[in-house]
Design a protein around this ligand. Sequence first.
Ligand code: ADP
Ligand code: MG
Length: 253
Amino acid sequence: PASGSPVLRVRNAVKQFGGLRAVNDVSFDVNAGEIVGLIGPNGAGKSTMFNLVTGVNPATSGTVEVLGQAAGRLPARAIHRLGVARTFQHVKLFPELSLLENAMMGGYSRASAGILRSMLHLERGEEAALQQLALTQLERVGLREQAYEQAGNLALGQQRLLEIARALVADPSFLLLDEPAAGLRFGEKQDLSALLKKLRSEGVTILIVEHDMDLVMNLVDRLVVMNSGQELAQGSPEQVRGNPAVREAYLGA
Ligand code: ADP
Ligand code: MG
């Protein structure tokens, strides 16, 4: 997408679970080339919003358009194939498989309809190319040396980095990260922040949910603040920091 054009357009999105409105009338855009932070207290509806955007759940009402497509009408893998990749707050890896095999999964699912089917049909040359790509992305997140270890043996913070590598193997134009820095040490957070800025400079658009305010405020171009399913504020880090409603509801100051 051209720089500045909308990659994500959310209008009056509602997601109802029984009697609970986990997302309640939320509207915002993410434009090409931006890093946008989606913040708010636990239970605000941030992960639910990610599920609406990535086709895991359809919205109850309202519209969620990602790369020009109505997210609720497409299965998750079709949205992935558009160039939308994500990580999960509750890490979803194959713990018995190696880091390399897990990272390669990011390529299979984008290339074809089902992981198993595409693994069986992958040509030798394609397999080697995918492996090389996966190693490159593991290197980028600092996990190259552990490529042949079991994913389940990694510390949780490293598992999150592995999920980022897997997402990058899909060569996404839009990357959604759900609490990627949770469990990382200070230096690792700085490396993550530098990587995300590098990705932005390469044209990748990023939506990030993250509780580490220092990291978020120094990284994002814009912020969307949610609270109890609703959108509380939007704006630059400075605008959001100075917003009294945000300070009261979230920053606790
Ligand atoms: P956040 O990511 O901001 O912490 P979530 O989107 O995970 O918040 O959750 C928002 C609210 O929706 C919470 O009250 C949560 O319990 C509820 N919720 C999330 N997913 C489901 C689901 N699949 N079924 C029922 N309730 C859910
Ligand atoms: Mg969440």
